[in-house]
Design a protein around this ligand. Structure first.
Ligand SMILES: C[S@@+](CC[C@H](N)C(=O)[O-])C[C@H]1O[C@@H](n2cnc3c(N)ncnc32)[C@H](O)[C@@H]1O
Length: 360
């Protein structure tokens, strides 16, 4: 999985437990992950047997979704053909190109010897790929391989001053972990998608929650996928269209209107919403919105961050430990909206407790 801000690695078990609980309560089967990003959540739901639709604005996300959600990992002959092509691409000698020049010399995201390999593989990839799905699996393998040898902290707004230890390794293409079955993929503005989407049982909403644009933060992936050699600017060598490509969800004055319209227009019986109290939206506003669109609303706390005092213990002025801390701060929640939402959260929490008895 590529390094990605806001990727729902830690939330996935909770989201899956909630989706399972909705299924047990209401027979739900179809899910749309409307801001799918890395597709981590969509993948987990597909593995769990849901019929999944994955959507995001980013080209790299469409590629990941086509690989993990649309591609049928059980299609043995297709997988064999891809394996052969990966072997061929991985053996290509490196050659100087846009990635080497822009991302390894003008900037330092990858060591030039790996940059040359990215250039050679990307230049050859469209020529060897048969069809959009095969191309997406090959591109996913390239993104994952490049991510394993990059020299960033996980954002492409900057790169490390000194080379990251992993960047010295030779990049290697590997087959992504494909999933059995197929699903549906879109690359649409979420609000446009809402008007076109066939009705689903569950919609999962995880929009950007502040001004930081994913398009800018992951511009290197966007450029490798598009293969369009754009003009670039600044120390980070961002694509020039980072200046003009803005999501409504990254603009405080527009985000709430966009989100409320989305919630009201999505054809979904249930809505699952990721919420952080560090973003633009307010807890109470989300509850009112979801209550007006879907009826019952319940919240599951998902990230417990202890107060700083709890991390270091409570100490008196002389530095002596004087007590233990009992309260926790909740910063992140998963909202469930739809019939019997409260019972669904209880059912999901029971399931989680059975699976991880030592959870907080
Ligand atoms: C918080 S991230 C989602 C992370 C995802 N749940 C994961 O686990 O990887 C938000 C995503 O919304 C996408 N996005 C931003 N504006 C969008 C819009 N208007 N429509 C659809 N996707 C959008 C971004 O590209 C980004 O991938």
């Amino acid at each position: 999985m590529i390094k990605y801000l806001g990727s729902k690695r830690t939330l996935v078990p909770r989201l899956v437990a909630l989706a399972d609980a909705v299924r047990e309560q209401s027979g739900a089967h179809t899910v749309a992950d409307v801001f799918t990003g890395t597709t981590r959540v969509a993948q987990a739901l597909k593995r769990r047997g849901f019929a999944v639709t994955a959507n995001d604005l980013a080209s790299y996300s469409e590629v990941l979704a086509t690989c993990y959600i649309a591609m049928d990992g059980n299609d043995a002959s297709a997988v064999r053909a891809i394996a052969d092509k990966l072997q061929y691409l991985d053996a290509l000698p490196g050659r100087d190109g846009y990635v080497t020049r822009t991302f390894c010399e003008e900037a330092r995201y990858f060591q030039p010897f790996n940059g040359r390999r990215i250039d050679a593989i990307r230049d050859a990839l469209d020529g060897v790929a048969e069809g959009a799905t095969e191309r997406a699996v090959l591109l996913t393998a390239l993104l994952l391989a490049a991510d394993r040898v990059d020299s960033t902290t996980g954002l492409q707004m900057a790169y490390l001053k000194g080379w990251a230890p992993r960047s010295h390794q030779t990049m290697q293409l590997r087959m992504p972990e494909l999933i059995a079955g197929t699903g549906t993929v879109f690359r649409e503005d979420a609000n446009v998608l809402a008007a076109q989407l066939a009705p689903v049982d569950i919609a999962y909403l995880d929009p950007p929650y502040n001004q930081h644009s994913y398009f800018s933060n992951y511009h290197v992936w966007e450029t490798i996928v598009r293969h369009d050699a754009p003009e670039s600017y600044g120390v980070a060598r961002k694509r020039v269209d980072c200046r003009t490509t803005k999501s409504a969800y990254n603009v405080r004055a527009r985000a709430w209107t966009a989100f409320s319209e989305l919630v009201r227009s999505l054809p979904a019986r249930y809505c699952l919403v990721s919420f952080s109290n560090e973003g633009y939206f307010h807890y109470d506003d989300i509850v009112s919105l979801l209550a007006s669109s879907h009826g019952e609303v319940a919240a599951m706390p998902v990230a417990f961050r202890r107060y700083v005092g709890a991390k270091i213990g409570i100490h008196n002025r002389r530095g002596e430990k004087v007590g233990t801390v009992s309260h926790l701060t909740n910063r992140e929640f998963l909202f469930v909206a739809g019939p019997e939402a409260g019972a669904i959260v209880e059912r999901a929490e029971r399931g989680l407790r059975a699976e991880e008895p030592n959870a907080p």
